[in-house]
Design a protein around this ligand. Structure first.
Ligand code: IVH
Length: 739
């Protein structure tokens, strides 16, 4: 304290104000920094965003009154220091890379070598984050520089960009029991959160910019922006995973170092684990191999490090990598392969879908030969040509995807794909279903073998009749026009009239039952769709579809006739009608004939249906051969009317003729049960409010439908009066305006 400051005398009001502001500035800075840490590093904010903004505004006010309080480390300064270009900087200590290994055997070999220098070593397992390495230099707790790895010796100064990453503290926290180190060089990974990646690419494509291939590139591209304000717009995050130069801090183990970094407010991974045995190392690898896509960031493997730092020192490093660590790389999810051809498959509603025929390649644990290309526009948008080397991505359960062509690998022999003019299976001319439709369809809906096969397979599936033994092979067999014989089924109307004599002689020719795509001979490229399926005729009977299979299939078909109405509706393969819409239709009409007779407006008004489905349903029933399906199924005994739920009869039709909209939470009801209660009383439930609406039942948090009702003068029934409305009806006011 200076002599002057110690002088005793009258204290002015201005001084008191300044002292108060200074104390408030310090408190606010610490509080905001801590909230940023909780928000970004721990994903566990303890205050609302609005409250955070209030604190920030107050800090700005204080700094406006006293600009001298605003140091370079103020939270208000964390965004907005811009650099013109990146300055090369020499790292205090070389930034090393990691030795990669690809199987357990190689991890064991590494561990054996290590054990010569460090017996009974403990291993620290952690995730290999797929991001961008940076080195942060803290002097006396203040961040003075951030640099990319560069060549390991010289990196780029990205301090201004890193200043925009909220997870990276500008000032380390005071930690109990730990001295603030004079010098602390922290290494870690800047990453782009996986959840934000798709959004980023969508907006880039919309703005005419090239999309990033993966979150790692997005992280690098976002960090290395000349204009740090652009970096600030990206949701970059950071995790520390190592140390460089140190003064005033001597951790004895990697885990000890992580605990200290954490205490100083530097984000560390929540997933690291110290283990004693190789078996535990492999458990860790398997555990995170399974969770690979459930993490906030991408990982491409697991890093195994010796925990003990004295052992790390003894082992040292080669010119490129430390000997005390190894990176176990997961199998890649992106590989290159050749695009041999682009073919077209026809779906159950006739849609023609181009798909890639690939040189078979192993990716993410399985062999891939085909990948869908969705439609001709997509083929164009991706810019792929037949004969290209392409990037193929397959991750977990996700279907294989052609990412992009490797343009540099072209030799001029590649050719553009042109959508065929006719159906590859029945030769009818493909056409869009309506003007402006990007998809081409085969108009031979009734008996195109492809469409019928796919419809039968769907009809036999879990969400329809659930017919065991009527798999892809059987469906294929039933529709195949094998010369000179006619196919057993020309459409699905006869499916419940099938009998043994018809089934036994069928021959089976299939596409690959797993992928649903044509089976192509790997060597010759020959399409095996045209060759008999490998199942040999039974040597005793000569039957191809074994009698037992046929018997079981017929038995299951008999049992399937009593499936509820929604499954029957779903089995019709009406465009846009899946299980959800089928259930809405069945619930509303309860009877196939009422559905057939419904007009488009009534259909469109049903909750979960809407105009597109309504039009599609009307189109479907307008076709004679389709109505014939219903009649033949009905004659065969397929259920066409849902039984009324027990007790329904006893309920008085208090709401007959009334149209009710339900909004908000109704006491003691779910949305479904409330709707069912209205319907059971003869009322109709719709989703939008119009002048014709008899009443809007407005529960808790009712939203815009309530406002619309008030606007149109439609009666509003409070949620608490719902039961009363059910019991007594709507009284005088329920006559809807005949308009
Ligand atoms: S330790 C001296 N730990 O992987 C040890 N690196 O392929 C050097 N990486 O350049 C790195 N996650 O950018 C380490 N948990 C982790 C990591 C990790 C990702 C990156 C790092 C390094 C690269 C090497």
């Amino acid at each position: 304290m200076s002599d002057q400051a110690a002088t005793i005398g009258p204290v002015s009001t201005a001084d008191t104000d300044f002292n108060e502001d200074r104390a408030r500035h310090e408190a606010l800075s610490a509080e905001i920094t801590e909230h940023r840490r909780r928000y970004y590093a721990e994903n566990a904010p303890t205050i609302s965003d609005a409250r955070f903004d209030e604190l920030m505004r107050e800090l700005i006010d204080v700094e406006t009154r006293h600009p001298e309080l605003k140091g370079a480390d103020s939270p208000t300064e964390q965004v907005g220091t811009f650099s013109e270009a990146f300055t090369p900087v020499r790292h205090l200590e070389k930034m090393l890379s990691l030795q990669d290994v690809f199987n357990e055997e190689e991890v064991r070999l590494w561990a054996e070598r290590v054990s010569e220098e460090a017996a009974d070593a403990q291993y620290l397992c952690e995730l290999k984050i797929d991001g961008l390495a940076i080195a942060l230099v803290y002097e006396e707790g203040r961040l003075v520089r951030a640099a990319t790895r560069g060549d390991g010796v010289i990196g780029e100064d990205v301090s201004a960009n890193v200043a925009t990453i909220a997870a990276v503290p500008q000032q380390l926290r005071i930690a109990e029991g730990l001295d603030m180190p004079e010098l602390l060089e922290v290494r870690g990974e800047v990453y782009f959160p996986s959840a934000d990646f798709e959004k980023l690419n969508e907006s880039r494509v919309a703005a005419g910019e090239a999309p990033f291939a993966n979150p790692r590139n997005a992280a690098a591209g976002s960090l290395r922006q000349k204009d740090a304000a652009k970096t600030a717009e990206r949701p970059l995050d950071f995790i520390a995973h190592g140390l460089g130069a140190l003064r005033g801090f001597r951790p004895h183990s990697q885990s000890h170092a992580y605990a200290a970094l954490d205490a100083w407010g530097l984000p560390t991974s929540p997933y690291w684990r110290v283990v004693d045995t190789m078996e535990e190392v492999f458990d860790y690898i398997h555990e995170f191999g399974r969770q690979r896509h459930a993490l906030v960031h991408e990982i491409d493997g697991v890093v195994v490090k010796l925990d003990d730092i004295a052992s790390q020192r003894r082992l040292g490093a080669t010119s490129r990598t430390p000997r005390w660590a190894v990176a176990y790389k997961f199998p890649p999810e992106e590989v290159n392969t050749k695009l041999l051809d682009i073919k077209v498959s026809i779906g159950r509603t006739g849609r023609a879908t181009p798909y890639a025929v690939l040189e078979p390649v192993r990716v993410d644990g399985s062999e891939v030969e085909f990948a869908t290309l969705h439609n001709a526009d997509q083929v164009k948008a991706k810019g792929v040509k037949i004969g290209d080397t392409i990037v193929l991505r397959k991750a977990g359960d996700v279907i294989p995807e052609v990412v992009a062509p490797v343009v540099a690998a072209r030799d001029g022999s590649e050719r553009d794909f042109a959508m065929p003019e006719s159906c590859p299976e029945c030769d009818w001319t493909l056409a869009p279903a309506s003007e402006g439709d990007v998809d081409l369809r085969c108009p031979n809906a009734r008996s195109c073998p492809a469409q019928l096969r796919e419809r039968l397979f769907y009809l036999a599936g879990r969400s329809c009749f659930d017919i065991d033994r009527m798999g892809y092979i059987a469906c294929t067999a039933l529709v195949q026009p094998l010369s000179p014989a006619e196919p057993v089924l020309k459409d699905e109307s006869g499916v419940f009239d099938l009998h043994m004599d018809e089934l036994l002689p069928v021959r089976v020719v299939v596409r690959d039952p797993d992928s649903g795509l044509p089976k192509i001979d790997k060597k010759t490229g020959e399409d095996k769709t045209a060759t008999p399926f490998a199942r040999k005729p039974d040597p005793k009977t000569g039957e191809v579809l074994p009698r037992k299979t046929a018997e079981a299939m017929l038995e299951n078909l008999r049992g399937a006739k009593s499936q509820p109405l929604w499954r029957v509706i779903n089995a019709l393969s009406i465009r846009h009608v899946g299980p959800v819409a089928a259930q809405a239709l069945a619930e509303h009409f309860g009877d196939m004939d009422r559905l057939i007779g419904a007009d488009e407006a009534e259909l469109a008004d049903i909750d979960g249906v809407g105009p597109a489905i309504a039009a599609s349903v009307k189109d479907w029933f307008a076709v004679d051969w389709r109505r014939e399906i219903i009649e033949r199924w009905r004659a065969a005994g397929v259920r066409m009317v849902d039984e009324a739920p027990s007790g329904t009869e006893a309920v008085a039709k208090t709401l007959a003729g009334a149209t009710v909209v339900i909004t908000g939470a109704i006491p003691d009801h779910t949305r479904e049960s409330a709707a069912a209660a209205v319907k059971a009383r003869g009322g109709k439930v719709t989703s939008s409010v119009s002048k014709k609406t008899s009443a809007v039942v407005a529960g808790d948090k009712p939203g815009s439908k309530h406002d619309r009702a008030v606007e149109l003068g439609v009666r509003v029934v409070p949620g608490e009066e719902f039961e009363q409305m059910l019991a007594e009806g709507l009284g005088e006011g329920d006559e809807s305006d005949p308009e």
